[in-house]
Each structure stands twice: as C-alpha cells, then as structure tokens.
Design a protein around this ligand. Structure first.
Ligand code: AVJ
Length: 327
C-alpha cells in the first residue's frame, strides 16, 4: 500500500524571532537565550544523541513507561482519536502509541521544519492507514492549530518533559491553552521528569561524552551562522547544575574571560565567568504536577511511574469524560 501524502501547515515563526529574542536576551541582566533556539537541524540531531546517552535516563524511561501503559491509554482515549504531538522531533515515542491506539489522524507540531517534515514523511510511509499532518509552529507561543481534527476525541501528547522548560507560571498558562484545545472532548498525555537525587540529575546534564556540552554550545554556532555574530565559541564553556531551591536544572554558557561579542551590529560585554542562561529544566513531584494541572482545570486521571521513580507520565482529562471513562 502506498502512503498518503502528508499535509503540511506552515506556521513557521517569522525569521525575525531568533534575531529579536537573542538581541533582547543578551541585553538583559542576567543574559539569557530561550532553549527553544537549541533546535536547528544540528541541535535536533544532538538532542537525539543526548536521548541515547547512558546518563540521560528520561527518554528511555519514558519510552518504557509508554510501552507498558499504551493499552490503558487506548482504553481511556478510545479508537479513532486525533493524536496531536507537540515537539514531535524524531517521532520515536509516538510509534509506541500508534499501533496500540490506532488513531484516525496524527498531527505533529515542531519548531524545526526540516526535522518535522522528515519524520512526518517517515511516519506516513510506515503507517499507511494514518492521516498524517505536520505543522511547523512555536507552541510556546499562542497555539493556533490548523483545524484538522474534526469533532472526535483529541489526545494531545506532550512527551519528554519539555514542560520543564517553562517557568511554573508559563507552564500553567500553557496547560490552560492545551485545556482549551481539548474540545469537544479529549485529554493530555504528558511526560514529566520527577524530582530526585541531585547526583542523577547532574550526571544526566553533564554526560561523559560531552554531547550535552556540544548541544549547549551549538547555540553559539547558530548565532554565528544565522546572525553573523562575531564570537569565539571556545571563549565559552558548558555548565549545568541542579538548583534545588528552584527545583530545576540550569544550563549556562559561561564566558571564560572578559570579552565582547557582536551580534547584528550590537556589542555585548561579558565579564569573566558571566554566563548566558540557556535553559531551565524544572522537575516536579507527582503532587506538585497534579496541583498545577488542577489549577489549569485538567483532571488527573492516571499517572504511570517507572519502578525507580525517575519519570512520570500523566493522563489528564477535561471535565467532560470520554465514553470510555464512563464505562
Ligand atoms: C527537551 C527540555 C526535556 O530538559 O532534559 C536535555 C533538554 N537539555 N539535555 C531536558 C535537554 C539538556 C530536555 N528537554
């Protein structure tokens, strides 16, 4: 059987976004650049490599959880749903759900256009019975979904603990926007990294092969190639640590010396040891995440956790229950 063509919806953020956000972030005190800018094509591939690292437990732990709970998710969501994946990237996790869930439609949304198209096309080849849509969009902003999903049950899948990139207030606003998408009925299936021993966290973001460092430093390469920034990437080093008070991993690009960087005709001065804060990755206990979900009018239905209590997968429903939930 030949695969149907995928349907592509380009909501690509304006090219000006990277430039504007970088100029604003470098002018801020402390300096910062949002982690969504990690994911150009090279960054997406480096992130894929991170997911394979022995120290980086989230991906393989979440995949094991999903493998185990897929039949239960099918029970909850019912057949023929529209499955909407946010930050679809390599789309490997979705494959764990497709065979068991048998949704009618799939919509993948990602900020990285080439990567998104490649993986959507591969999905369409491998699942010829599936209607595949792809939308290039920045889902951290307003979420204007292409209207593809019709009246059925919508299951939004947001794996990988990407929610951890948001500040708690932003995470709440984001969950509220998702809640608004789940019409007339639906649920959010979301992967959330758990609070745990700081040593395990530290190792996951300071891997021995230096892949996470390369991923972090790739941000500077983007500034050089896309914004023609004048900067020496060797003048910066990767730093990642667990900030226990804030409950988050922080990643920084630390200037090795006093130096000046030029981006789009503007100069930015760095003191030795001054950093660009490039990522926060918040960790949540089950109770903390349930409280956040409830504030967004999402109802905790089920939570699955691995035996080592490293990672959680939450199924959050809206007030109107699906037929399957009423059984
Ligand atoms: C994709 C945001 C979930 O925070 O663990 C991995 C990104 N950064 N290693 C994470 C990341 C460094 C990842 N998220």
């Amino acid at each position: 059987m030949s695969a149907r063509a995928i349907r592509f919806h380009d909501e690509r953020p304006a090219a000006a976004t990277l430039r504007d956000e970088v100029l604003r972030g470098l002018a801020a005190q402390p300096k910062r650049i949002a982690p969504k800018f990690f994911y150009d094509e090279r960054g997406s591939r480096l992130f894929d490599a991170i997911c394979e690292l022995p120290e980086y437990y989230p991906t393989r732990t979440e995949m094991a959880i999903l493998r185990g709970c897929a039949p239960e998710i099918r029970q909850l969501a019912g057949p023929d749903c529209t499955l909407i994946e946010l930050g679809s990237g390599a789309s490997r996790k979705i494959r764990l759900l497709l065979d068991t869930l048998r949704p009618r439609r799939y919509l993948g949304i990602d900020i990285s256009r080439e990567f998104l198209l490649e993986s959507a096309e591969q999905l369409a080849r491998d699942y010829p019975w599936l209607e595949v849509h792809a939308a290039c969009a920045d889902f951290s902003m307003a979420l204007d979904l292409p209207d593809v999903s019709g009246p059925g049950y919508r299951l939004v899948f947001f794996p990988g603990s990407t929610i951890g990139n948001f500040e708690p207030g932003e995470a709440l606003a984001f969950l509220q926007r998702i809640r608004a998408l789940l019409r007339p009925q639906g649920a959010l299936l979301i992967g959330v990294d758990l609070k745990k021993d700081a040593q395990i966290l530290h190792r996951a973001y300071n891997d021995s092969q230096g892949v996470t460092a390369a991923f972090n430093l790739n941000l500077l390469e983007r500034l050089r190639t896309e914004l023609h920034a004048e900067l020496d990437p060797r003048g910066f080093r990767h730093q990642a640590f667990y900030n226990a008070r804030a409950g988050r991993i922080e990643m920084h690009l630390v200037s090795q010396r006093a130096q000046e960087v030029r981006v789009c005709g503007q100069r930015f001065r760095f003191r030795a040891g001054e950093s660009i804060h490039s990522e926060n990755s918040y960790k949540y206990s089950v109770a903390e995440f349930h409280a956040l979900a409830r504030r967004a009018a999402l109802q905790p239905v089920r939570v699955w956790i691995d035996p080592q209590r490293l990672f959680s997968v939450h199924y959050l429903g809206v007030a109107a229950a699906s037929p399957a939930q009423l059984l």
